[in-house]
Design a binder for this molecule. Structure first.
Ligand SMILES: Nc1ncnc2c1ncn2[C@@H]1O[C@H](COP(=O)(O)OP(=O)(O)OP(=O)(O)O)[C@@H](O)[C@H]1O
Length: 573
C-alpha cells in the first residue's frame, strides 16, 4: 500500500484543515498584543471600544477557526482510514490461500482495525497538531523575543530543562505504548483462537484453564497499559513545574524591571500571557511527535499486511469444450505445501469424463483435500498440469474457473441471513425457478416447506438451525445454482440419519447425470454407488476402478472398505 499516495488523495482536506489551524494560531498569538493595547488604553485613559471589539472579533474568529480545523482534520483522517481499510479488505479477500493461512487471524484483525486507527491519528491530527503547535511555539518565542529578549532567555532556561525531561518522557511513552499494543494484540489473538474452538474448549472442560491463560495475557496488557499511563502522567506535571518556575522568575524579575521603568506593564502582561500560551503547544508538540512515531510503526504493520500475495485475476476465457474432452484432467501433478515439507501429491495423473460420480478414497492425510485445492486453484502445482475441460487452469481467468466449479466443504459453512440469501450467495441474480430447481435437486423441498418462513427463514451463526445433513444439502443446492461443470463435494464425516443419508445419496446420483461430481467419500455407500473410484495413498494415485473391481484388486481399498471408509490418523498406511 502506498501510504503517501493515500495521503495525497486527501491533501485538499488535510491542507485546508492545517491552513485553518495556522490561521487560528495567528489569531491566538494576536490576543496578548491586543490585551496589551487594551491595558495601555485604560492606563492613558484613551477610548477602549476599538481594542475591546477587536479582541471580541479575534476570540470569535479563533473559536470558529479551531472548530472548522478540528472538523476538517477529523474528516480527512476518517477518509484516510477508510481508504486504507478498503485497500486492506480488497487485498485480504483476493489473497492467495497459501499466504493467508500463514497469518494469525487476531493479528490481521489488530492490523486492519487498530493499526489503521493509529495510522489515521498520526497522518491527520498528529501531523496537523505538530505543524500548528510548532508554529505556535515559534510564534510565541518570536513575539516574546521582540517584547524582551532577556526575559525570554530566562524563560527558555527554565522551560528548556523541563522540555528535555518532557522529550525523554515522550520517548519513553512511545516505547511503552508499542509494548502495550503488542500485549493487547497477543491477548486478542489468543481470545479469537479460543473462541473459534469454543465447543472443543467446553468439551475438554478447559474453560478455567483458558480463562487463566488468557487472563495472564490480559494482565500483561494491563501492566504495560499502566506503565504508559504512569509515564504520561509525569509529562504534563514536568512541563507545569517548568512553567511555574519560569513564571516565578518572569514575574519577580519583570516586576522589578517594571518598577524601574525598564519594562512597560503592558509588555510584561503580554509576555506572561505568551508564556502561558507557549506551554500547552510545547506539550502537544512532544505528544504529536510521539504519536507520529507510534503511527509510523502502525503504518509499517499495515503496509506489511497489504503486501500479502494476491491471486492473479488475469487469464484467458475458457474455450467451448467438445463432448469427449475430459471434465477434469491431472497430468503428472506434484505439489508440496512448502519447500520444507514432503510433497502432498506426487506424479498424480487421471482424467474424468463430463458426467457421473467419482469418489476419492484414501487414508487420512493421503492428499484427497489437496486435489480439490488444486482444482479450485487455491494452490498451484509445483509440476504437471491440471486441466478443466481441456484448458490448463493456470491459463484460465480465475472467476471463470471458479464459476465452473461448485465447492461443498465438509462442514458446509453457511453465512448469516436467510436460506434464500445463503442459496444465492454465488449467484444473487438467480430466479425463483432456478432456486426451486436446485432445492429439488438437493432433495430439500420438504425441509424448506416445513420451516416457518420457508426460504426466508433466518439461519443462526454458521447455519445453526439445520441438521448436518440438511446443511450439506443446502450447500450442494448453493453450489448447483451456478450450474457448475464440476461439483467438488467433501462428504461429511459425521453420521447422518438414514433419511438424510438416502436424500444425500439420491441427490448426488441425480446431479451426477448433469455434471461431474467429484466426492471425497467417507462412507462405503457412496463408493458403492459411484461410477468410478480413485484410491489415493501417500500422495500417489494407487488405483482406479469401480467398487467391485477394487474389492478384487486393491488391498488399500479392501482395508478402507472393511473399516467402512472411516480411516483414523493415517493408520491405514
Ligand atoms: N495447509 C497445509 N499446510 C501444510 N501441509 C498441509 C496443509 N494441508 C494439508 N497438508 C499436508 O498435506 C498432506 C495431504 O493432506 P490432505 O488434507 O490433502 O489429506 P486428506 O487425504 O484430505 O486427509 P483427511 O482425510 O484427513 O482430510 C498431509 O500430509 C497434510 O499434513
Amino acid at each position: 500500500m502506498n501510504v503517501s499516495a493515500v495521503v495525497r488523495r486527501h491533501r485538499l482536506l488535510l491542507g485546508s484543515g492545517i491552513l485553518l489551524g495556522l490561521l487560528g494560531t495567528a489569531a491566538t498569538l494576536l490576543q496578548p498584543l491586543l490585551i496589551g493595547d487594551l491595558i495601555e488604553a485604560v492606563a492613558v485613559d484613551e477610548p477602549t471600544m476599538r481594542p475591546i471589539l477587536l479582541l471580541a472579533g479575534l476570540f470569535a474568529a479563533d473559536a470558529l477557526l479551531a472548530a472548522t480545523h478540528f472538523y476538517l482534520i477529523g474528516r480527512a483522517g476518517e477518509n484516510i482510514v477508510f481508504d486504507m481499510r478498503g485497500t486492506l479488505t480488497g487485498r485480504l479477500l483476493h489473497s492467495r490461500i497459501r499466504a493467508f493461512n500463514r497469518l494469525e487471524h487476531g493479528d490481521v484483525f489488530t492490523r486492519t482495525v487498530a493499526d489503521t486507527s493509529l495510522a489515521r491519528v498520526a497522518l491527520s491530527s498528529s501531523v496537523s497538531q505538530m505543524i500548528t503547535s510548532g508554529s505556535t511555539v515559534v510564534g510565541c518565542v518570536g513575539v516574546m523575543a521582540w517584547l524582551d529578549w532577556r526575559m525570554l532567555l530566562a524563560t527558555v532556561g527554565c522551560l528548556g530543562a523541563a522540555s528535555v525531561i518532557g522529550l525523554g518522557l515522550a520517548r519513553a511513552v512511545r516505547k511503552a505504548a508499542v509494548t502495550n499494543r503488542e500485549d493487547t494484540s497477543n491477548y486478542g489473538s489468543a481470545l479469537l483462537r479460543v473462541l473459534g474452538a469454543l465447543t472443543t474448549v467446553k468439551a475438554s472442560r478447559a474453560e478455567e484453564r483458558e480463562a487463566e491463560r488468557i487472563g495472564e495475557l490480559a494482565n500483561a496488557a494491563r501492566a504495560s497499559g499502566i506503565h504508559v499511563t504512569r509515564l504520561s502522567a509525569m509529562l504534563m506535571p514536568a512541563m507545569n513545574v517548568g512553567t511555574q518556575v519560569s513564571l516565578a522568575v518572569v514575574i519577580a524579575w519583570g516586576m522589578s524591571r517594571t518598577a524601574t521603568g525598564a519594562l512597560p506593564i503592558e509588555d510584561l502582561t503580554a509576555f506572561i500571557m505568551y508564556l502561558f500560551y507557549l506551554v500547552s503547544p510545547l506539550v502537544m508538540l512532544f505528544m504529536s511527535l510521539g504519536e507520529i512515531q507510534q503511527g509510523r510503526a502502525a503504518i509499517d504493520r499495515v503496509k506489511d499486511l497489504a503486501r500479502i500475495e494476491t491471486e492473479s485475476t488475469e487469464g484467458a476465457p475458457a474455450s467451448t469444450p467438445v463432448a469427449e474432452t475430459p471434465a477434469v484432467e491431472f497430468k503428472d501433478v506434484t505439489f508440496s505445501y512448502s519447500d520444507t515439507t514432503e510433497p502432498a501429491l506426487t506424479g498424480v495423473s487421471f482424467s474424468l469424463p463430463r458426467t457421473g460420480v467419482t469418489a476419492i478414497v484414501g487414508p487420512s492425510g493421503a492428499g484427497k483435500t489437496t486435489l480439490f485445492q488444486l482444482i479450485e486453484r487455491f494452490q498451484v502445482p509445483d509440476a504437471g498440469t491440471v486441466r478443466l475441460a481441456g484448458t490448463d487452469i493456470g491459463a484460465l481467468r480465475l472467476d471463470e474457473l471458479r464459476s465452473r466449479i461448485g465447492l461443498v466443504e465438509q462442514d458446509a459453512p453457511l453465512m448469516r441471513g436467510t436460506i434464500r440469501e445463503n442459496l444465492t450467495y454465488a449467484r444473487p441474480e438467480a430466479t425463483a425457478a432456478d432456486i426451486d430447481e436446485v432445492i429439488a435437486a438437493a432433495h430439500l423441498a420438504d425441509v424448506v416447506s416445513a420451516l416457518p418462513d420457508g426460504l426466508d427463514t433466518h439461519l443462526g451463526e454458521a447455519g445453526i438451525g439445520l441438521s448436518g445433513g440438511q446443511r450439506q444439502r443446502l450447500a450442494i443446492a448453493r453450489a448447483l445454482l451456478t450450474r457448475p461443470d464440476v461439483l467438488l463435494l467433501d462428504e461429511a464425516t459425521s453420521h447422518l440419519d438414514s433419511d438424510s443419508e438416502t436424500a444425500l445419496r439420491e441427490a448426488i446420483s441425480a446431479i451426477g447425470a448433469r455434471c461431474l461430481v467429484l466426492t471425497i467419500a467417507h462412507r462405503l455407500s457412496t463408493t458403492i454407488g459411484a461410477d468410478r473410484i480413485l484410491v489415493i495413498e501417500d500422495g500417489k494415485l494407487r488405483a482406479t476402478g469401480t467398487h467391485t473391481e477394487l474389492m478384487e484388486g486393491d488391498t488399500t481399498y479392501q482395508r478402507l472398505a472393511s473399516r467402512q471408509m472411516t480411516p483414523v490418523g493415517g493408520g491405514a498406511r
